[in-house]
Design a protein around this ligand. Structure first.
Ligand SMILES: *Cc1c(COP(=O)(O)O)cnc(C)c1O
Length: 512
């Protein structure tokens, strides 16, 4: 694993000080104690460590320790905020407001409520990804219980104007939840200065361990949150279960570091993003999916919020005319993601970018580069160099001109929006067999492999088209997943069209 790590928006490495704290908490005297067992010194020591950590985490967001509830991460925090409040306020109304560009933890919690008869208003972002406060205001109804919006988007880095939205929610008596998993420790965040009722945090996005997070619950909203689980009454009844002392201690150290390093970190991240973009200058068809053109310096205080429109160090770029999966495959030197990590499995282009109005064709070729503390300017430059070279190689394979050695007859099929764009060039022998075959394509690695195998078969000697076999057989030969059969059908279509046009051309030259 010597790829350059550029996926800090997915998860960060543990800070060495966090590791030390984790080890000390696991091996120290308090390790045996259950923090709820305060009848003896072991339990009390564990409880004291947890309370110290709770204060440190609260300080990062301007909260008091009493207002923090530990969870397993921001996913659980989002669920507790949304489902807990919806259930607790159900008798007052069943309407919630959120946005299409939220994290799945928020989207799917809201969708689960919708199945049970709640009404959700889904706000649409502007083309720059921002949700307008006036759109939030217009969505509020007398039955609205909660507005849930993220601070900074995990795919694009777009920062929402949460200060203005918090004010208008408070003025209307509506509770406001903010998913701050990406922004905590990078942007100024003060629940004392902004009327936010609920706020989600995750340790592993700020150099802490995975599997621990917190939900800020203001005293104002607390009576209205119904717990999602039942048990020993820990966390003031909102989240039962024995607290993981070591995880929490480590989270506390991570939060303390994040608070002290915020300005230094965000300047470093901005500098890396700027250098990366400078190094990509002049690359044709490279578009950035962010509000500010990226790299706006993080403001020094909450007052500077209006100026901060982008998460430091996160660059989302779409590369015209290349296929996203092949682009990633051509970049083994870089550890990064194409849109949300959660979505890589489905193969669907990012719903966040689509909601922002990015066309399918561009959404599928998007890279998310997220810089972190350990990255250097040299790495930012190297990343840009690798991307430039990979894009160049892929565009060569899809060269718009004819292959050398013509004349050729050609057929084409598919589009990048559908996952594969194929052009096929053939020459036939006098008896109608394939004498030469060349593909020019923008497609996934599997489809490219199939195309290269077909070319190699014909290069070995003229053959009948039927001897090349069927897409289902190609899929087996090249171990292509069944979900990609559609792309192989495009290869077949392009091939058939090329052969048909060649046959037609031949009959034209023979018949007169
Ligand atoms: C990572 C992330 C989450 C999920 O956090 P976990 O701690 O991994 O559950 C939720 N929301 C946003 C914006 C995130 O970036």
């Amino acid at each position: 694993m010597n790829a350059i790590y550029l996926d800090h928006a997915a998860s960060t490495p543990l800070d060495p000080q966090v590791i030390a704290a984790l080890q000390a908490a696991l091996t120290g005297e308090a390790a045996a104690g259950n923090p709820s067992a305060i009848t003896h010194a072991y339990g009390r020591a564990a409880a004291a460590q947890i309370e110290h950590a709770r204060e440190r985490i609260a300080a990062l967001i301007g909260a008091t320790a009493r207002e923090l509830v530990f969870t397993s991460g921001a996913t659980e925090s989002d669920n507790l905020a949304i489902l807990g409040l919806a259930r607790g306020r159900e008798s007052f109304g069943r309407h919630l407001v959120s946005a299409r560009t939220e994290h799945k933890a928020v989207l799917d919690a809201c969708k689960a409520l919708a199945k049970r008869g709640f009404e959700i208003t889904w706000l649409e972002p502007q083309r720059d990804g921002r949700i307008l406060p006036e759109h939030v205001a217009a969505a509020l109804r007398p039955t609205t219980q909660l507005v849930s919006l993220m601070h900074a988007n995990n795919e694009t880095g777009v920062v929402q104007p949460i200060g203005a939205i918090a004010e208008l929610c408070r003025a209307q008596g509506v509770f406001f939840h903010v998913d701050a998993a990406q922004s905590a420790g990078k942007l100024p965040l003060d629940v004392g200065a902004m009327p936010i009722d609920l706020l989600s945090l995750s340790a592993h996005k700020m150099y802490g361990p995975k599997g621990i997070g917190a939900l800020y619950v203001s005293e104002r909203v607390r009576p209205w949150i119904e717990p999602l689980m039942w048990g020993g009454g820990q966390e003031r009844g909102l989240r039962p279960g024995t607290l993981p002392t070591h995880q929490i201690v480590a989270f506390g150290v991570a939060a303390e570091l994040a608070r002290h390093r915020r300005l230094e970190d965000s300047r470093h991240f901005d500098g890396l993003a700027r250098r990366f973009k400078q190094s990509l200058e002049g690359l044709p068809g490279c578009r950035y999916n962010d509000a500010a053109g990226g790299g706006a310096a993080a403001g020094d205080s909450a007052a500077g919020e209006a100026a901060v429109r982008h998460l430091p160090g996160l660059v989302s770029l779409s590369l015209e005319g290349v296929e996203g999966e092949s682009l990633l495959a051509e970049l083994p030197q870089l550890a990064l993601s194409s849109g949300a990590a959660c979505d890589s499995a489905t193969g669907e282009p990012s719903y966040v970018l689509r909601a922002q109005g990015v066309p399918r064709e561009l959404a599928q070729s998007t890279l998310r580069v997220s810089f972190g503390r350990g990255n250097t300017l040299e790495e930012a430059e190297a990343a840009a160099r690798y991307i430039r070279a990979a894009v160049g190689r892929l565009r060569d394979e899809d060269d718009a001109g004819e292959p050398p050695g013509g004349p050729w007859l050609q057929g084409s099929a598919g589009s990048l929006a559908e996952g594969a764009r194929i052009r096929c060039f053939v020459r036939l022998t006098a008896d109608g067999r394939l004498a030469a075959l060349q593909f020019r394509l923008a497609a996934c690695p599997h489809t490219r492999m199939v195309a290269r195998r077909l070319e190699a078969r014909v290069a070995a000697g003229p053959c009948a088209v039927t001897e090349l076999g069927q897409p289902a057989e190609w899929a087996v030969d090249a171990a292509v997943p069944i979900t990609k059969l559609g792309r192989l059908l495009a290869v077949e279509d392009a091939l058939r069209r090329a052969v048909d046009s060649a046959a037609a051309a031949r009959s034209r030259t023979i018949e007169p």
